[in-house]
Design a protein around this ligand. Structure first.
Ligand code: P1T
Length: 392
């Protein structure tokens, strides 16, 4: 597709994060002055003679102006060259896998990946001849040892990981991947581009579940891919269109609306998470608090280097085993019992039975006494009082 309508003409690259979040990707509509990208509810576009496309738009699977605006903003926030929006995080991941992996190839994946990501590699990609080996992303040596030079095309990491909040050192992992001729893919869902920009640290591809912090309001499912390299961008462009797992214009609009406030929301998520961590750390019914902001977290120093702050996700283990963990999840009231994360409302869940049920019985199994919190942006005192009651 040629240069598309509404691509911003102003160069926002030198602007601050919040300015880019609000302006990059879109200029007020030339005809109406609409400040916000309209929802272009159209599947196709009138051509001025065969092949005479207006602004490059031909058919909404390959491009839609509402989506283009979101994609421009995503690229700007991740400091990439090209952004791509998808119907879900897993659709984004699948498109990346098909773009850069081939039968007979191999991928290194986190040994505590999101359950759905593991399932995609283990139950789908493997059937098509792409092998995978799990390795601890926090252990650069283990990842290096898992790489098979000549066969590994991708080192895939989450950092922080879901749900154990392990930290991978992006710069070192990129070096090892590149040395073996592989690409480094970073799932940046937990940090969001406000806290961490993996492409600036040497990663080749960033993926997101935009369902989470990017969308931020638990009202839309979506995914994203951002790259710097233009050859990779061409491969993703081709597969985005060929596979067709794209968001509709209303979903793109909602995600873009959420994205504009990412910076202010993330700061509040981090403030509240710090308060919750402080409370949990002193609680007698809590045996371990997992948060990269804690000095004793093994990834603290790396996280402090590569992240602006430590995020809104907190995991903890309780003294009373699985039954206790389930009871805490069920007793919470301000924390809503539910899967997902990154919305303005606080969520609580039991990874072993919920988000990570698909890894039960594998090397990726998570502890049964583990609880995961997505700390929202409510009043911190209410969150703490709720946890206090639920733990009691
Ligand atoms: O749900 P979807 O938008 O398809 O995104 C999948 C995904 C990818 N990567 C990470 C790190 C994720 O956490 C997710 C989705 N995770 C949840 C639904 C969850 O509750 O953990």
């Amino acid at each position: 597709m040629s240069e598309q309508q509404h691509r911003t003409e102003h160069n926002w690259k030198a602007s601050g994060f919040e300015t880019r979040a609000i302006h990059a990707g879109y200029e007020p509509d030339p005809m109406t002055g609409a400040v916000i990208p309209p929802i272009y509810a159209t599947s196709t576009y009138k051509q001025d003679g065969v092949g005479g496309l207006r602004g490059g738009y031909e058919y909404s699977r390959s491009g839609n102006p509402t989506r283009t605006a979101l994609e421009g903003a995503l690229a700007a926030l991740e400091e990439g060259e090209r952004g791509f929006a998808f119907a879900s995080g897993l659709a984004a991941e699948d498109t990346v896998i098909r773009s850069v992996c081939r039968p007979g190839g191999h991928v290194v994946i986190p040994d505590d990946a999101y359950g759905g990501t593991y399932r995609l590699f283990d139950k789908v990609a493997k059937v098509w001849g792409v092998e995978h080996s799990p390795a601890a992303v926090s252990d650069v040596d283990a990842v290096r040892a898992a790489i098979r030079p000549g066969q590994t095309s991708v080192v895939w990491v989450e950092t922080p990981t879901n749900p154990l909040l392990n930290i991978g050192e992006i710069e070192a992992l990129a070096g090892d991947a590149h040395e073996a001729g592989a690409l480094l893919v970073v799932d940046n869902t937990f940090a969001s581009p406000y806290l961490q920009q993996p492409l600036t640290l040497g990663a080749d591809i960033v993926v997101h579940s935009t369902t989470k912090y990017v969308g931020g309001h638990s009202d839309v499912v979506g995914g994203a891919v951002v790259v710097r390299d233009l050859e990779l961008a061409d491969a993703i462009t081709f597969h985005q269109n060929a596979l067709g797992a794209v968001p509709g214009p209303f979903d793109a609009f909602l995600t873009h609306r959420g994205l504009k406030t990412l910076g202010v929301r993330m700061d509040r998520h981090c403030d509240n998470a710090e308060r919750v961590v402080e409370f949990l750390t002193g609680h007698p019914a809590v045996s371990q608090v997992i948060y990269p902001g804690l000095q004793e977290h093994p990834g603290h120093a790396v996280a402090a280097r590569q992240m602006k702050r430590f995020g809104g996700m907190v995991s903890f283990r309780v003294t009373g085993g699985e039954a206790h963990a389930l009871a805490v999840c069920e007793n919470a009231e301000v924390f809503t019992l539910g899967e997902s994360l990154g919305g303005v409302e606080s969520l609580i869940e039991h990874p072993g039975r919920m988000t990570h049920a698909s890894v039960a019985g594998t090397d990726l199994e998570v502890p049964a006494d583990l609880i995961r919190l997505s700390v929202g942006i409510e009043s911190a005192d209410d969150l703490i009082a709720d946890l206090d009651r639920a733990l009691g």
